[in-house]
Design a protein around this ligand. Structure first.
Ligand code: ZN
Length: 278
């Protein structure tokens, strides 16, 4: 599926608030998260885009899916500001030449950061999806006093890779080998991974060893919390082996891959021009 060619009426329901509007383009992830230049992209099963790639986003990966208010006011001038502060701090950690303690505490507005991630996840679809999971997320994003859906987690990890991975509504399983480590989230999952952070929305974190952003959310949108950043979250838990850049969608034979992924037919695997570690 080519995202840029797939038609969507210019006037349609906004993916977040649901109102009929002239739709505007939302960058996923936000433009200032190294998502403004040309990005080659493929679908997940076609591999990393190189000479043979399906398409190119000329000015960042973006979706015409939000009304102007949700795009520029709710996300752009509000939640994204906190998201960008957070990601620039994580970027400093990755580039720091100093040996850092395993856990660093960032004072940040997790309520807004979690809403930015959820808002962009909802925006990264070419249709308004009237499904319970999306409606719960919409309610959380639009209502500043709402808590996140209680049956969902939003896992966080440091992502020192140059790829962008967006995959919505997939389930993964190890069905062939019982010896595998089961180091993956459970239930219906969606991911946004883009330097310097990656997020997995899932039913349960399983044995992934990753911190859940939703756990730190409160009913006061202005609350600042001390969020523990686990420096080793870029590794598989209790190892010094880098999580695969596609994790948890890395299908393969080794102990850290999964055997099977269901769904996930709307995927984007982009490669940024910047020369970060792949
Ligand atoms: Zn809207």
């Amino acid at each position: 599926m080519n995202y840029q060619k797939k038609k969507r009426n210019k006037q349609d329901r906004c993916n977040i608030c649901g109102k009929m509007s002239d739709l505007t383009w939302d960058h996923v992830p936000p433009k200032s998260c190294y998502n403004s230049g040309s990005i080659k992209y493929n679908q997940l099963f076609e591999g990393i885009p190189s000479d043979k790639y399906e398409g190119i986003f000329q000015s960042g990966i973006r979706f015409r899916s939000l009304c102007e208010y949700c795009n520029n006011n709710l996300l752009g001038a509000n939640y994204d500001i906190e998201f960008l502060k957070f990601t620039s701090q994580v970027s400093q950690i990755i580039q720091s030449p100093i040996v850092l303690p395993q856990t660093l505490y960032f004072e940040c507005n997790i309520n807004k950061i979690a809403r930015a991630v959820c808002g962009h996840l909802i925006a990264a679809k070419n249709e308004y999806l009237d499904a319970p999971m999306f409606n719960e997320l919409r309610n959380f994003v639009c209502d500043e006093m709402a808590l996140p859906p209680s049956n969902r987690k939003l896992l966080f990890r440091i992502y020192p890779h140059s790829t962008v991975v967006i995959n919505q509504g997939f389930t993964i399983k190890n069905v062939l080998s019982r010896e595998k480590l089961g180091n993956y989230p459970l239930g219906v999952c969606s991911i946004i991974s883009c330097y310097p952070t990656a997020y997995v929305l899932c039913d349960d974190g399983g044995n992934s060893g990753l911190r859940d952003l939703f756990e730190f959310c409160t009913t006061n949108i202005t609350d600042i919390v001390k969020f523990p950043i686990d420096i080793k979250s870029c590794f598989y838990s209790n190892t010094s082996i880098f999580r695969h850049f596609l994790w948890p969608c890395n299908i393969g034979d080794d102990n850290y891959s999964v055997d099977l992924m269901l769904g996930g037919n709307e995927t984007i695997l982009g490669i940024q021009k910047r020369g970060f570690h792949q």
